[in-house]
Each structure stands twice: as structure tokens, then as C-alpha cells.
Design a protein around this ligand. Structure first.
Ligand SMILES: *Cc1c(COP(=O)(O)O)cnc(C)c1O
Ligand code: SF4
Length: 355
């Protein structure tokens, strides 16, 4: 990775061509530091493009007074430092402080300036917590980016988790295969492959992020038997169009990455300008449903503020029940009738009628 200063100066070059004179980025950077890998910066084609907007600071970040510092109440839900235990059978373990990029919409941007301390004591505290909670079957490693840990450290996380018999699944949430693919070395991949079952969810937001390099990184991971999923944040002016997301999701499938979640922007302070109305996601989903492969369709979820968990939202295709038939709209918007079993109606009404 290049120094931040080099990149800031390259931004200054861009700034001259940048349309509306939003020059004073230094104040923004002081609050929310700038960071980008040389590789990812190389994907920028012009100022204000979908790659640029994900990483280049914007004065608007300081104007947002409505958002929350910790919208998912992660700190409140941490029984021990760096571990978030929201659902009983799975935990989110923040193992790394470092990212390849500072995505300007990041839910954890509050941490950039003063990263979470991650000491040996915290490390063992998290492991002890997991070991003493037998209901935890699924450990999600996050950060920061776990793939930026020094390899011996990464391996030590995995070895120690595999000593805990009730931990069945290890998941890794990573942006590195998309943002700094050169880090996905054969050596890294061979370490991961020793601790199966390992799943990985990769953060991809735009078709331009799918390149020869990121494809190769995904191929390596998939060849090592790691089932790959993607997480995409719906971002205003970046990917909030059906054609853009269709292209992204379909391309991801060709890399053996299965779209997993499309996420509504969290209510993060300093990121409100990325938020889209919920209707825009529902519209997009309706347009995509059955027009792209079902394998390429992620769940659209809102991660509820205050740490209440993720809830999926689906476009409503329900019209009602008429003469023992459920009236639905198909993907083209045409109405159709689905016959119900005798006596089914009453129970179904209880499910479908909103209260
Ligand atoms: C998203 C998340 C999970 C995983 O949720 P899944 O729906 O199983 O992918 C677990 N813990 C926390 C705190 C999360 O935010
Ligand atoms: S890589 Fe993930 S954790 Fe890091 S800044 Fe981007 S969204 Fe946040």
C-alpha cells in the first residue's frame, strides 16, 4: 500500500477537474481519515465516478448531524471487547483494525481515528467467551479486514477457534479480495483451507470492482473449497440502479460468488448522503426478480438501528384472497391466482394480514 499522503496529493490533482469546488477536504480527513489501496484507486475512471465516491472524502460527511456514531449498538452488545453477540448461536468477532480502504459509508467509521485496542488480553478474552458459550456455532470474523492480519496471527485465530468443539462454522467478512486482491496469496489461501468449514462473504458494490485481479482472488478462494458470498451496500448515486446491480450480481456468480445480502445503509453519522429511500431497493428487487438467475438474487436487509438485528424486506406481491384463491402479482406485474387447499384460508389470513 502506498502512503496516504501520496494519495491525498493524487486527489488534489483530481480536484482541479472536479466540478463543484468541494475543495476543503482536509477537515473531513481529520475527522474521518482517508485510506485507499493503490489498486483500488486505480479503478477510478473520473472524478465522482462510482469507485471514487466510495473512497474519496466529501465535505457532506461533516454536515450530517442526524446519524448515530454506533448505529448497530455494537459496543452495547459486546459482552467482552471486540465481540458482538447479538444472535444466540453466532458471534461477530472483530479481529483486525486495518482495512484496505476507508469506505466513506462504513458503519464503523467512528473507529478510524482511534482504532479499537486489540490486545492479547482481549484476544484471549474473546476466545474464552466463545469457549464458554456452547450455543455459539458460527463465528464471524470481521474488523477491519481479517485478511490483512499478519498470517501467523490469522492462523492463530483459526487454530484457537478450531480447538473449541462447538464452533462449527467460521465465516470471514472481507473486502480485501475486492479492494486489495494481491493480498489473497496462495499462502494465505492455503492457511484458510486448513481450517474448514470456512465461508467467506466478500464486500462488492459495483461491477467495476470485478477485474482480472479480483476475479483471480475469488478463483483462488473458491478453488480452496471456500464457499463465497457477497455483501453489497445499496449506495445512492453509486449502485442504486437495477441495471448496475444486475450486472454486479450476475458477474459475481461467474466468479462463484453467490450474492448473499444487499444491505440498506445503516444510520451512520457522516454517511447520510449515501442513504437511499427504501422504495428504491424494493423497486430494484422487483425489477430483478426472475429477470436474473435466482442464484444471483441476494436478500435485501435492514440492519435495525440499536442492534435489533437484520430483517429482510421483500416487494409485496400479495393482492389478497378471492374465492379460495390467493391472488398474486407475477414478476411482470400481472395478476394470477394460486389455488389454496380446502380450509387453508383462515390460517393463511393470520399470516398475511398485517397488524
Ligand atoms: C450480520 C450479523 C451476524 C450474521 O447474521 P446472518 O444473518 O447469519 O448472516 C451475526 N452477528 C452480528 C452482530 C451481525 O451483525
Ligand atoms: S472495508 Fe469494511 S470495515 Fe473497512 S472501511 Fe470498508 S466497509 Fe468499513
Amino acid at each position: 500500500m502506498d502512503t496516504i499522503e501520496t494519495f491525498i496529493s493524487s486527489i488534489r490533482d483530481f480536484r482541479r477537474e472536479w466540478p463543484d469546488g468541494r475543495h476543503d477536504l482536509d477537515r473531513v480527513i481529520q475527522r474521518y481519515p482517508f485510506r485507499v489501496s493503490r489498486y483500488y484507486a486505480g479503478l477510478i475512471q473520473f472524478p465522482g465516478d462510482p469507485v471514487w465516491r466510495q473512497v474519496v472524502p466529501d465535505a457532506t460527511e461533516l454536515e450530517d448531524a442526524t446519524g448515530w456514531e454506533d448505529p448497530l449498538a455494537e459496543e452495547h452488545l459486546s459482552p467482552v471487547p471486540n465481540l458482538v453477540h447479538r444472535y444466540s448461536n453466532r458471534v461477530l468477532w472483530l479481529v483486525s483494525q486495518e482495512c484496505a480502504l476507508h469506505c466513506r459509508f462504513c458503519t464503523r467509521k467512528r473507529r478510524w481515528r482511534e482504532p479499537l485496542p486489540m490486545t492479547e488480553e482481549h484476544f484471549h478474552g474473546a476466545l474464552d467467551y466463545i469457549a464458554s458459550h456452547r450455543e455459539v456455532r458460527d463465528v464471524i470474523l470481521s474488523g477491519g479486514d481479517p485478511l490483512l492480519l499478519p498470517l501467523p496471527r490469522l492462523e492463530s485465530v483459526l487454530i484457537n477457534l478450531r480447538k473449541i468443539p462447538h464452533v462449527e462454522i467460521i465465516r470471514i467478512g472481507a473486502r480485501v479480495p475486492c479492494a486489495l486482491p494481491e493480498k489473497v496469496t496462495p499462502e494465505l489461501v492455503s492457511i484458510l483451507a486448513r481450517y474448514h468449514p470456512i465461508y467467506m462473504n466478500i464486500h462488492f458494490n459495483h461491477p467495476w470492482e470485478i477485474t482480472r485481479e479480483s476475479s483471480q482472488a475469488c478463483t483462488r478462494l473458491a478453488d480452496a473449497g471456500i464457499p463465497l458470498g457477497s455483501q453489497t451496500v445499496l449506495l445512492r448515486g453509486i449502485n442504486d440502479r437495477a441495471d448496475v446491480l444486475a450486472a454486479l450480481f450476475q458477474k459475481l456468480l461467474t466468479l462463484r460468488v453467490r450474492p448473499y445480502y444487499l444491505m440498506q445503509m445503516d444510520l451512520t453519522r457522516g454517511a447520510a448522503h449515501f442513504r437511499t429511500p427504501l422504495s428504491s431497493a424494493l423497486n430494484i428487487l422487483k425489477l430483478l426478480r426472475n429477470r436474473i438467475s435466482g442464484l444471483a438474487m441476494p436478500h435485501f436487509v435492514i440492519d435495525l438501528p440499536g442492534g435489533r438485528g437484520k430483517v429482510p424486506l421483500v416487494p409485496d406481491s400479495l393482492k389478497g384472497i378471492v374465492d379460495g384463491k390467493l391472488m398474486l402479482k407475477d414478476y411482470l406485474g400481472n395478476e394470477c391466482a394460486y389455488p389454496l387447499l380446502p380450509g387453508e384460508e383462515e390460517e393463511l389470513v393470520r399470516w398475511l394480514v398485517k397488524k
